[in-house]
Ligand binder design. Structure first.
Ligand code: TXA
Ligand code: MG
Length: 345
């Protein structure tokens, strides 16, 4: 299949118009959002949705998010809209918040992997919203990477994984959040974070009071434990290298990373340290790249997946720094620990 490519900056209308038609007629379109690039299909057409799983090599019991362009479209996709959903969408939509609740009969089981709930979000990206409007249907979209790879934050990443496997790529420039949306479940009368992201626990709690955090956010599932979010069972975000996370207070953590670096290099492996503005001084004489600022974890989220894919970061071992698990640090640690298969030192 030949993949058509559109630049949304140079041709703002062309890609979304053609892409909308492609989606309506059952094809696949990759598009930018504020979080990561999505791989979209008609969310009301089970056959079209199946093509997403095929193109990504994704297990089809891992359910998808439906993307809408108007808050009022939510009521057609859910059985009912609970009050806490209204409060959250008034505050955070359009934006990186996905809400899971009981699905209506309009939603095909291919979207939900057979679950009786469906995840919905309204992205905060002009191109994404224009594409959904042009399609005239909710767009089912996971991140536009091959299953198990880091999520794409530029159209080049999408091309590297998906060229020849999908109909259209719309390039809207780099994504500004860089990690996927926060996923919350509204089941059971409460709000539970299944995956942390751009809307932090603190931001949610300021609007609706205490929210729960699924234990799978920062720890591997125990054997036999059911996943609240099916995505948690699968290996995720993995670059080709082995990722190791250093923990502890700053000088200690840096010392551990340097010791590990020297040990691995002595074994003949190539290493790189993902350093920060605040810690670069510790790594003099070692191979490192600065990926952001510890005091602003969003900068680290923004570049983590892109650095995993960057040519200049190719190595056998990538050594990374843990962050406090507050605000955007929670989303960062969730992605980092999964990339590392939870290997910490
Ligand atoms: O920012 C994002 O959310 C991006 C952009 C493209 O919107 N999308 C994205 O989709 O990250 P994906 O498929 O890579 O991740 C969706 C996550 C998975 O962990 C999945 O298991 C969970 O949401 N999920 C979807 N539907 C669910 C449901 N009904 N119940 C529980 N978890 C669900
Ligand atoms: Mg994904």
């Amino acid at each position: 299949m030949e993949t058509l490519y559109f630049n949304a900056v140079k041709q703002p209308e062309a890609g979304t118009k053609l892409g909308g038609g492609v989606i309506r007629s059952g094809g696949l379109v990759a598009f930018p959002t504020e979080t990561v690039y999505g791989l979209g299909a008609n969310g009301l057409d089970g056959e079209a949705v199946n093509k997403i799983f095929e193109a990504k090599g994704r297990p089809n019991d891992n359910p998808l998010i439906l993307h809408i362009a108007k808050k009022s479209d939510l009521k057609d996709l859910w059985k009912s809209v609970p009050e806490r959903a209204r409060l959250l969408m008034d505050e955070f939509w359009p934006g990186p918040l996905t809400m899971v609740y009981l699905k209506s009969s309009r939603v095909p089981e291919e979207v939900t992997g057979g679950l009786d709930t469906v995840a919905v979000r309204m992205p905060d990206n002009r191109t994404a919203l224009a594409l959904i409007r042009a399609a005239g249907v909710p767009i089912a979209a996971p991140s536009a990477n091959l299953s198990g790879k880091p999520s794409p934050t530029t159209a080049d990443h999408v091309k590297a994984d998906m060229n020849g496997r999908i109909d259209v790529i719309i390039d809207g420039g780099p994504c500004n959040i860089g990690v996927e949306s926060t996923v919350v479940s509204l089941m059971g009368g409460t709000v539970t974070i299944l995956r942390p992201g751009g809307i932090t626990r603190e931001m949610l709690e300021a609007v609706i009071g205490p929210v729960n955090l699924s234990p799978a956010v920062l720890a591997p599932l125990k054997q036999g434990e059911a996943a609240a979010s099916p995505g948690m069972k699968y290996k995720h975000y993995a670059p080709d290298a082995q990722v190791i996370v250093g923990t502890g207070s700053l000088p200690d953590m840096a010392a551990k990373l340097i010791a590990e670096y020297e040990r691995r290099e002595a074994e003949g492996l190539t290493c790189i340290i993902f350093a920060t503005e605040e810690t670069r001084c510790f790594y003099r004489g070692k191979r490192y790249v600065i990926i952001g600022e510890r005091k602003n974890p969003l900068t680290l989220c923004e570049s983590l997946f892109a650095q995993f894919r960057a040519q200049e970061c190719k190595a056998d071992v990538i050594l990374c720094e843990a962050l406090p698990e507050t605000d955007m640090g929670l989303a960062y640690m969730n992605r980092l620990l999964r990339s590392a298969g939870f290997k910490t030192i």
